[in-house]
Write a protein that binds this ligand. Sequence first.
Ligand code: HEC
Length: 153
Amino acid sequence: MKKTTKILGYFLAVILVLIQFYPTNKPLTYVNNPNGLLENSQVPNHISNLLKSACYDCHSNETKYPWYASIAPLKWLIYSDINEGREELNFSNWNTINKEEKVDILDDISTIILEEEMPLKKYTLFHSEAKLSLEDRENIANWSELALENLYE
Ligand code: HEC
């Protein structure tokens, strides 16, 4: 190896070690979510399974972290997606939001799921269990439209 390449390699390795010490707040997880959607609403099993495997890591308090989510700089990107995702929609807080917000979210879900905007592509790249078939997407869209109608009953 050329000397400069070697020095650059050491330099990068040191940086990689050093950034591990940079303090970051890992989004907390909770097992018990008394205000959660699934805890309070009758969601069909096949839909709740899809939501859990394709959405819950970013849109609930029940995030399951893979091992690489503890490593900087990857964890910075992962934590920021989770924080942003939970801010937009947190299924664990479903009972705490008002009817208008629920309407907005359910309406958004049926649109973005058919347009294949969610789950994020960079996520399904590492989570094959989160890949949704067209049928899955249609089922989720139908469920969210029905749940929206039920809010007005
Ligand atoms: C890897 C994390 C991740 C996963 C998995 C994920 N989302 Fe998201 N979601 C986000 C982020 C980040 C945002 C906010 C930024 C954006 O809209 O792209 C978001 C935004 C949303 C929004 C609001 C969109 C808008 O424009 O108002 C909805 C609704 C949503 N997600 C639904 C879902 C559903 C349903 C699933 C599962 C099928 C899912 N998401 C899976 C990270 C995720």
